[in-house]
Design a binder for this molecule. Structure first.
Ligand SMILES: N[C@@H](CCC(=O)N[C@@H](CS)C(=O)NCC(=O)O)C(=O)O
Length: 207
């Protein structure tokens, strides 16, 4: 058995954050497929045995089980000594971007992409609201990246892996990224990190 197990599925950008970190750290890990589209995360078994919050990702490291992508990223950075903070100021800067991500970046794009590209709801007042909110957040991130290659400075950290979780899904993203050139260059920089893989090449999908 591999050192780490990650409960995940290919379409999950939140799980991708953890999978990408594991891969870039060259960790010995294996995915455990969760059939989200068949309702597995909503079963009493999943909630009692895997994650009371009914979500992926869940990282298992021996007797330790961790949930929430931000916590998993922080744990792996500490354990592997890579992509984490070098001092207290950096630690706060990483947290600042990860909180922003969880509240105003991933939350909007994950829901928007789910509605438009996976559930195929068509355009609704909700998708219009989410698209507008995500564009506002994208503009903030684009402005920030105009001055530096990665979110907290010159090197990639877990903050980058958190915000990029949904950004590699290509045509599944229900809005163009072209108006955000600094975001596009940042994604290219992440893509060129040794070991980078697309979410669908890292995590299993429903056959
Ligand atoms: N804040 C959580 C979000 C996790 C999340 O929303 N996971 C989704 C998949 S991307 C999920 O498992 N949803 C299951 C459900 O709602 O039933 C994190 O960062 O880990």
């Amino acid at each position: 058995m591999a050192s780490y197990q990650l409960y995940c599925f290919g379409e999950s950008g939140n799980a991708y954050k953890a999978a990408l970190m594991l891969e870039l750290c060259k960790a010995d890990w294996q995915p455990i497929f969760v059939n989200y589209f068949n309702g597995q995360t909503r079963t009493p078994e999943y909630r009692s045995e895997v994650n009371e919050m009914g979500e992926v990702p869940v990282l298992v490291d021996g007797a330790r089980k961790l949930t929430q992508s931000g916590v998993i990223l922080d744990y792996l950075a500490g354990k592997t000594g890579t992509f984490g903070a070098k001092d207290d100021d950096e630690r706060r800067e990483i947290l600042r971007w990860m909180f922003f991500d969880n509240h105003k970046f991933t939350s909007y794009i994950a829901t928007l992409r789910f509605m438009v590209s996976l559930a195929k709801t068509g355009e609704t007042p909700v998708t219009e609201f989410l698209r507008q909110r995500f564009n506002t957040s994208l503009k903030i991130v684009d402005g920030h990246l105009a001055g530096q290659p990665f979110l907290i400075g010159k090197r990639p950290t877990i903050a980058d892996f958190s915000l990029c979780g949904y950004m590699f899904f290509g045509a599944e993203l229900p809005l163009p990224l072209e108006p955000y050139p600094h975001v596009l260059s940042w994604l290219e920089r992440i893509k060129s990190l040794p070991g980078w893989k697309h979410p669908y090449d890292l995590m299993p999908r429903e056959p």
